[in-house]
Design a protein around this ligand. Structure first.
Ligand code: AR6
Length: 176
């Protein structure tokens, strides 16, 4: 049974959260960019980029972990979402892998609290509704067999995105 009981929603800036790990919507170079990636690198400081340079990049769908440096979060899990084209080119599977691989790394590192942004929903153009369904469904499935994770927070940057997540979670909780 998918487990929604440890999922929370929050609106705001993910870099401010005091959780064990925040997830970065990175690109495959792992060397920074705009959006949430830029915000995380600015808040973490240059030591984060220095550690990312040692990783040699990351293919779409996979994830890598670094320290959080000046962030309140102890770790940053960098994952690379798919660039959306038509939804029929493997994007859903890749996005699902981002969540599974990030959560798997989190469990391996003993992370108990983790926050995700809406991976691929900015520059990479993934429709928010479809992406949020994958994010919530995949995470709920993962949590069903992962008791060590206490809380997963989905952070939305704007009110509209927040409403999409809220509606979906409500429907999922009432079994729709
Ligand atoms: N806190 C929470 N969410 C945020 C924040 C923040 N501080 N800033 C933006 N968002 P994007 P992508 C939201 O574009 O689509 C970068 O250049 C934003 O509103 O950051 O996966 C990378 O280097 C959106 O809903 O990531 C890659 O090249 C969501 O985070 C590329 O963008 C993701 O938007 C990755 O594109």
């Amino acid at each position: 049974m998918p487990d929604l009981s440890r999922i929370e929603l929050r609106q705001g800036d993910i870099t401010r959260l005091s959780v064990d790990a925040i997830v970065n919507a990175a690109n495959s170079s792992l060397l920074g960019g705009g959006g949430v990636d830029g915000a995380i690198h600015r808040a973490a400081g240059p030591e984060l980029l220095a550690e990312c340079r040692t990783l040699g990049g990351c293919p779409a769908g996979e994830a890598r972990i670094t320290r959080g440096y000046r962030l309140p979060a102890r770790y940053v899990i960098h994952t690379v979402g798919p660039v959306y084209s038509d939804g029929q080119s493997g994007e859903p599977e890749l996005l699902r892998s981002c969540y599974v691989n990030s959560l798997t790394l989190a469990v391996e590192q003993g992370v108990r609290t983790i926050a995700f942004p809406a991976i691929s929903c900015g520059v990479y153009g993934y429709p928010m509704q479809d992406a949020a369904r994958i994010a919530l469904g995949t995470t709920a499935g993962f949590l069903a067999t992962s008791p060590s994770i206490e809380k997963v927070i989905f952070v939305q940057f704007g009110h509209e995105a927040q409403q999409v997540y809220e509606r979906l979670l409500k429907d999922m909780r009432s079994g729709i």
